[in-house]
Ligand binder design. Sequence first.
Ligand SMILES: CC(C)(COP(=O)(O)OP(=O)(O)OC[C@H]1O[C@@H](n2cnc3c(N)ncnc32)[C@H](O)[C@@H]1OP(=O)(O)O)[C@@H](O)C(=O)NCCC(=O)NCCS
Length: 173
Amino acid sequence: MAGRDLEHLERFDRDASLSEPYEWRGFGNTRAHPERWEKDGYLTGYGSTEPNDESLLVVELGGETFAGIVSFRSVDRTGARSCLEIGILLLPEHRAQGIGATAQRLLADYLFTHTIANRLEALTEADNVAEQRALELAGFTREGVLRGRGFARGAWRDAVVYGRVRSDAAPNN
Ligand SMILES: CC(C)(COP(=O)(O)OP(=O)(O)OC[C@H]1O[C@@H](n2cnc3c(N)ncnc32)[C@H](O)[C@@H]1OP(=O)(O)O)[C@@H](O)C(=O)NCCC(=O)NCCS
């Protein structure tokens, strides 16, 4: 993440077409980005249990091309730093080219190397087939359905939960 990436985060907050249908949650506070950038560069200690403690990394292609973001945050309520939830949002023009699967595989490698987390998990809407397949390619296992887990587009939606634990075999792609 670099200062120049803030403009892309602000676009995600005001342009629905960049994240619909699954990641658009309505307009966001674009003024929060410079504040967060100044505070910690979007890399909170990974074990933080503070609200809004999501950390961001940029998915960058050659030539410093911004393709999207990946995120991670602690969801271990004991503070034991054992479980991180990850997320991803790519710009529309960079989807369906293998980047999402690769980015989440690299993120998992990074987190298992540089944190003591034992479990990574990801939730996605039940009909978000691209993300489910990308997670499988990144070594995650489909573990179940969480009914009525999230409110989006005017209705409560089921989520599918995927997990990858440290002892799982790494994907061979
Ligand atoms: C979901 C997302 C991260 C997937 O990344 P991606 O780069 O588009 O996906 P990939 O190119 O790595 O493809 C992964 C798999 O999904 C399949 N796929 C990609 N787009 C698809 C689509 N629209 N419908 C069905 N399958 C799709 C690919 O064919 C591939 O499977 P295969 O190897 O068996 O053929 C990306 O599309 C995105 O950012 N979408 C918007 C935000 C979002 O939904 N984030 C996840 C929220 S939980």
